[in-house]
Design a binder for this molecule. Sequence first.
Ligand SMILES: *[C@@H]1O[C@H](CO)[C@@H](O)[C@H](O)[C@H]1NC(C)=O
Ligand SMILES: *[C@@H]1O[C@H](CO)[C@@H](O)[C@H](O)[C@H]1NC(C)=O
Ligand SMILES: *[C@@H]1O[C@H](CO)[C@@H](O)[C@H](O)[C@H]1NC(C)=O
Ligand SMILES: *[C@@H]1O[C@H](CO)[C@@H](O)[C@H](O)[C@H]1NC(C)=O
Length: 498
Amino acid sequence: MAFKWSLSVLLFSVSLFLHCSIGSSASFGQAERLIRQLNLLPKDAIVALGDDELMGSSSSSSIVEKRFTFYSLGDSGASVEDLGHHAGYYRIQHSYAARMFYLFFESRNSKEDPVVIWLTGGPGCSSELALFYENGPFTIADNMSLVWNDYGWDKASNLLYVDQPTGTGFSYSSDKRDLRQNETGVSNDLYDFLQAFFKEHPHYVNNDFYITGESYAGHYIPAFASRVNNGNKAKKGIHINLKGFAIGNGLTNPRIQYQAYADYALQTKIIDESDHKSISAMFPACNKTINLCSLKGGNECITAFTVCTSIFNNIISIAGDVNYYDIRKKCDEGGLCYDFSNLEKFLNLNSVRDALGVGSIDFVSCSPSVYEAMEGDWMKNLDVGIPTLLKDGIKMLIYAGEYDLICNWLGNSRWVHALEWSGKEEFSKAANVSFNVEGAEAGIMKSYGPVIFIKVHNAGHMVPMDQPKAALEMLKRWTQDKLVGEVAAETEGMVVEI
Ligand SMILES: *[C@@H]1O[C@H](CO)[C@@H](O)[C@H](O)[C@H]1NC(C)=O
Ligand SMILES: *[C@@H]1O[C@H](CO)[C@@H](O)[C@H](O)[C@H]1NC(C)=O
Ligand SMILES: *[C@@H]1O[C@H](CO)[C@@H](O)[C@H](O)[C@H]1NC(C)=O
Ligand SMILES: *[C@@H]1O[C@H](CO)[C@@H](O)[C@H](O)[C@H]1NC(C)=O
């Protein structure tokens, strides 16, 4: 137990939601070796599983799902018996032996609410991190009880969490070739999963559908949204009612976002003017490798990843023990910037595993193998597909907690402003307005047409964790087309209250 704990510390020091290379490559290799020795990777764990032990492992249907009930403290806001909570495995169609794990929570409000899928980043970190620490129906208490989250996104949506790419969380394969290396593989798997999911749940096919997520999902989401849109346009399979996509503190356009690191770090005074000068001088080399990556692909993209990452590492080496997900905080010893240990503790309880039908697979929050396999994807620019999505009437919400360094609001604001679409000029000229929640400013918002950008106050990388009420309000208003013009709506509400 003690050993496993220290291992998870190691893991966290090299791979959290986004960034691994902060730890030295020596400690990364060491972590990998330890994991291999301990057989902890899901792809290794499957070897030890009996066929009938794991839900769906011997089934011929592509999706196997079970309903589960967790005993939870507090008020769910709905009759628990009525709530459909499902866990399932999808046998990935275009794979050798991959199974994708997902959790589906019916809305506590109405089954007619939109279907919202959430993707956590990494690459290789489980979406259960968000479920239990950000926007899921419950949180985990220190004594391993579950407590209802009053601001879970299932209060306004039918909510899906998926562990992906293969090898993440409870998703696994016994075949190494199933590790994905780029957004083509990632988005095809997600699209195939959606097709199977809606076939299993026809009741939800006509609901509005939204794609959401965080951090490295700034790469997954535009690719996935384009895949769904292309499938719809080609009239292939089930039509998916995609209305919009939202990215929280994402990495979408690395060229712009890596150039913004030094500026954000100077603005927030974690580095000084002379550091800013020397770090900015590193950018042209990074820029060049990004050019080579987009020209030639392959190993050039791994080089770009290494060269550009040194910009971030330099800032961290100057800023010291700052928590790079929330610069107001310190990153404590071992590089463990947050304590998420309850998650692995909880999901590795036998009773929980039985309830979810995941057999004896060891749950690891973030997988180094998945992360490594995706290194060549990191420096790719994923904003290129967005103009078509906007033209096709799909909404985009980009939001960012103002104290996050790693996917900071400045870099996100810059790529949104630079995006080449028909409304570029008008968006640029649009005024900043307040995003108000219960009469207080929760953020600053700028919008034009289908594009909304919000800088969220008093939040780091994980906005729904730091500002749960504001995050739920944001989702609710956005999916109901009430986010813009909410000033008027709030004023009306206040008049009524008075
Ligand atoms: C576990 O913790 C929760 C939340 O702190 C508390 O409400 C509950 O009473 C505790 N349960 C036990 C059995 O101690
Ligand atoms: C994506 O990765 C797969 C291997 O996983 C490879 O066959 C394919 O060519 C790659 N596609 C692109 C566009 O890089
Ligand atoms: C980065 O590369 C692009 C493409 O070659 C070029 O237009 C731009 O000026 C470069 N920026 C910097 C700061 O080097
Ligand atoms: C709008 O808000 C952003 C983010 O706070 C700020 O950087 C920018 O200067 C503001 N623009 C105007 C015109 O006030």
